[in-house]
Design a protein around this ligand. Structure first.
Ligand code: ADP
Length: 465
C-alpha cells in the first residue's frame, strides 16, 4: 500500500503536492500526545484560550489571499468563494473565542437543609475530527474552534483531496500560540484513520462531516468505547416555490443555493418544487440566468462554476442526468461536460432539468453537482409530502410572502435548517445540523460548544445553615 498520495488541482490535473500518510504508529503517538496535552490544556483559563483563538483568526485573515489560492487549487471552487470561505472559517473562531467566556454552570435550589447543589461544565477530552473536501477551511474551524474554546485538545484528519488548507490553518494555530500537541492533524486514508480514531480509548469525541454511509460506520465503530459523536451527514434539500412567491428572488436564491461550489454542498437545493401555475415563468427565468454562469478554472476572473472534485463525483452526476433524461425529463440547459480523463479534470456545465418525476434517481439521491431538477406541485400538503419523503433532513428552502403559508411550511418540513425566502442560511452564530439520517448534534451557535462539554453535578452536604 503506497504511503503517499498526490494532491491534485481538479481544474488542471497539476500535482500540487505529494503527501506522506502517517503510519499507524505515528497516528497512535499523536493520539497519545493529544491525550497527554489535554491534562494541562484543560486547566488553562477561558480568557487565555479566547485570546489564542482571536490571534489564530487574525493570522488566518493576514494570510487570507494565499489560503484562498491554496483552497481554489486543491478544491476547484472559484477564488471569490474561497475568499468567502476564509471569512466564514474565521467567523467560527471569532464566535467561539467569545463563547469560551460563557461556559456557565449553575446552582440548583436544594431539597434538604445543609446542602449545596452545583452543576459545572468540563471539556470532554481529546476530540478527533474527520473533515470533507467541499469546505476544507470552515468544516475544520467549526469543529476546532468550539473544541479548543471548551478546553479540549484536537486532532483533524482532512480529506485526501484537500488536505493543504487544513495543514496551513493548523500551522497558523501553532504560530498563534496553541501548543503543537493541542492542535494536530494526521494524513491518511479515511477508513484507516477512522478506525484508529474510533477504537482509541484516548479519544473522547469523534466529530465528522461527510457522507451518511461513512457517518453510520463511524457511529457503529464508536459504540465500543461509548464515544460522544457529532455527525454532519448528507442532505437532499427541497426548495419549494409557492404560488405567491417573488419569482425573481426565488431565481436569485435558487442559484445561490444550488450552484455555489458547483453544487457540491450538503445543504444545496437538490429538488426544486414549483407551484404548477408559475413553473414555466420560473423555469424560463432560471434558465436565462444559469446560462450566464461562467465555467472554468476558479483562479480565472469571473469564473462562477469550477470543476467537480473528481471522477467519482462527475460519474454520479452524469448518471443522474442520463437517468432523468431517459425517463422523460427535459433538458433546459447544460447536460454537457468538459472532461479530460488523462488529466482527470471534470467540468459539469450548469444543468436544468424540467418535468422531473418521482421515479428518477435525482429525486431520491444527493447529486452533489450543478444540476437543478424542477418538478411541480399543486397543494402545499403535496409539496410537504414530497419534501419529507426522504431519510434526509438537513436543509429545506421555500419562497413565499404569505405568512400563513410560510409558517405552515416551516412547521411541517422535517429539516434542521429552514431558509424562508433565503438560499444562504449558514452563519457561525446559528445552529447547523440535520434531522433523521442527516446527522446528530449541531455545529455553530451557542449549541455548537455543547458537544465538547461534559456536565458534572456536585452535591455538597453538611453546610452550616
Ligand atoms: P464525500 O462523499 O464527501 O467524499 P466521505 O464521507 O467519503 O464524503 O468523506 C468525508 C471524509 O470522510 C473524508 O475525510 C474521507 O477521507 C473520510 N472517510 C472516507 N471513508 C471513511 C471511513 N470509512 N472511515 C472514516 N472516514 C472516512
Amino acid at each position: 500500500m503506497a504511503n503517499t498520495f498526490e494532491v491534485k488541482n481538479p481544474a488542471t490535473g497539476e500535482v500540487l503536492q505529494t503527501i506522506t500518510r502517517h503510519s499507524e504508529t505515528e497516528i497512535n503517538d499523536k493520539l497519545q500526545a493529544g491525550y497527554d496535552a489535554f491534562h494541562t490544556w484543560k486547566k488553562t483559563n477561558a480568557h487565555y484560550r479566547a485570546k489564542l483563538l482571536t490571534k489564530w483568526s487574525a493570522l488566518i485573515q493576514d494570510n487570507k489571499q494565499s489560503i484562498a489560492e491554496v483552497m481554489t487549487k486543491e478544491n476547484g471552487k472559484p477564488l471569490t468563494e474561497s475568499l468567502g470561505e476564509v471569512d466564514y472559517a474565521t467567523s467560527y473562531i471569532d464566535w467561539y473565542a467569545e463563547e469560551a467566556k460563557r461556559i456557565y454552570g449553575r446552582t440548583i435550589p436544594t431539597h434538604a437543609d445543609g446542602k449545596r447543589l452545583l452543576v459545572t461544565r468540563h471539556p470532554i477530552g481529546l476530540v478527533a475530527a474527520i473533515t470533507p473536501w467541499n469546505f476544507p477551511a470552515a468544516m475544520m474551524t467549526r469543529k476546532a474552534a468550539p473544541a479548543l474554546a471548551a478546553g479540549c485538545t484536537f486532532i483533524a484528519k482532512p480529506a485526501e483531496d484537500t488536505p493543504l488548507t487544513t495543514i496551513r490553518l493548523i500551522e497558523l494555530a501553532h504560530e498563534a500560540g496553541f501548543p503543537t500537541d493541542v492542535v494536530q492533524h494526521v494524513n491518511g486514508r479515511g477508513s484507516v484513520v477512522g478506525k484508529l480514531f474510533t477504537s482509541s480509548s484516548l479519544v473522547r469525541k469523534v466529530t465528522f462531516t461527510g457522507s451518511t454511509p461513512v457517518g453510520k460506520q463511524l457511529i457503529q465503530q464508536s459504540a465500543n468505547t461509548v464515544k460522544n459523536v457529532t455527525m454532519e451527514l448528507g442532505g437532499h434539500a427541497p426548495l419549494i416555490i409557492a404560488e405567491d412567491a417573488d419569482i425573481d428572488l426565488a431565481v436569485e436564491q435558487t442559484i445561490a443555493s444550488k450552484f455555489r461550489n458547483a453544487g457540491q454542498t450538503c445543504i444545496c437545493a437538490n429538488r426544486i418544487l414549483v407551484h404548477s401555475s408559475i413553473r414555466d415563468i420560473f423555469a424560463d427565468k432560471l434558465t436565462e440566468k444559469v446560462k450566464e454562469l461562467k465555467v472554468g478554472n476558479g483562479l480565472e476572473d469571473n469564473v462562477q462554476i469550477g470543476p467537480v472534485i473528481n471522477k467519482d463525483g462527475y460519474t454520479k452526476i452524469a448518471n443522474q442526468v442520463d437517468d432523468a433524461i431517459n425517463k422523460g425529463a427535459t433538458l433546459l440547459t447544460g447536460g454537457t461536460y468538459d472532461i479530460d480523463n488523462e488529466k482527470e479534470t471534470y467540468f459539469v456545465h450548469p444543468t436544468i432539468l424540467n418535468n422531473v418525476s418521482d421515479d428518477m434517481d435525482i429525486m431520491h439521491y444527493e447529486t452533489f453537482g450543478p444540476v437543478a431538477p424542477i418538478t411541480t406541485f399543486t397543494s402545499l400538503d403535496e409539496a410537504i409530502q414530497v419534501a419529507n419523503d426522504t431519510p434526509f433532513g438537513l436543509a429545506a428552502y421555500f419562497f413565499t410572502n404569505n405568512y400563513k403559508i410560510g409558517t405552515y411550511l416551516s412547521e411541517n418540513l422535517d429539516y434542521g435548517i429552514i431558509g424562508w425566502n433565503d438560499g444562504a442560511t449558514s452563519a457561525a452564530h446559528a445552529p447547523f445540523g440535520g434531522m433523521k439520517e442527516s446527522g446528530l448534534g449541531r455545529e455553530g451557535g451557542s449549541e455548537g460548544i455543547e458537544p465538547y462539554l461534559e456536565t458534572k453535578y456536585i452535591s455538597i452536604g453538611n453546610f452550616l445553615e
